[in-house]
Design a protein around this ligand. Structure first.
Ligand SMILES: [Fe+2]
Length: 150
């Protein structure tokens, strides 16, 4: 399934309010995926303010369980396929590799994994999804221009 626009991605991210993902460690607390997405993206905005794509990978990495409920192993691939046409190959690659068991990682992927782990903890206000609309639209627009070239 491919997301057709920013609105569709935002709808999915709104839909995961109250949906709980697997705990970060055995016996740990389950995380609310919506809050987890916002916190991961906020942490990346803090540590890599210029890298909008990395931040959006942090935001979108949670959508897998919503795309294919019940299929745990497919989540990262599913989520990557869903965001590729909208946000581009780099964001898709980051989303695909976000899990610690996702194989070798470059610096960006390590940062994403670290933020995703830290983003499991409550304890700071990560803002609201609406804060990300402009950035989503910017990256989507840039990506569709790039796509039109080849
Ligand atoms: Fe996560």
């Amino acid at each position: 399934m491919e997301l057709r626009g920013v609105e569709e991605l935002m709808d999915l991210l709104y839909a995961c309010r109250g949906t709980f993902g697997a705990p970060g460690f055995p016996g740990g607390p389950p995380v609310d995926l919506h809050q987890h997405a916002l916190r991961t993206a906020a942490l990346l905005r803090r540590s890599r303010p210029a890298d909008k794509e990395l931040q959006l990978a942090g935001l979108a990495h949670v959508i897998g369980p919503l795309l294919r409920p019940g299929d745990r192993t497919a989540h990262p691939d599913c989520a990557a396929d869903a965001v590729r046409s909208l946000l581009g190959e780099r964001v898709a690659g980051l989303v695909r590799g976000h899990r610690p068991d996702g194989g070798l990682a470059d610096d960006d992927l390590l940062r994403l994994r670290q933020a995703a782990e830290e983003g499991r903890c409550a304890g700071f206000d990560a803002g609201v999804l609406e804060d990300w609309r402009t950035v989503l639209e910017l990256v989507a627009a840039r990506n569709s221009r790039l796509g039109a070239v080849d």
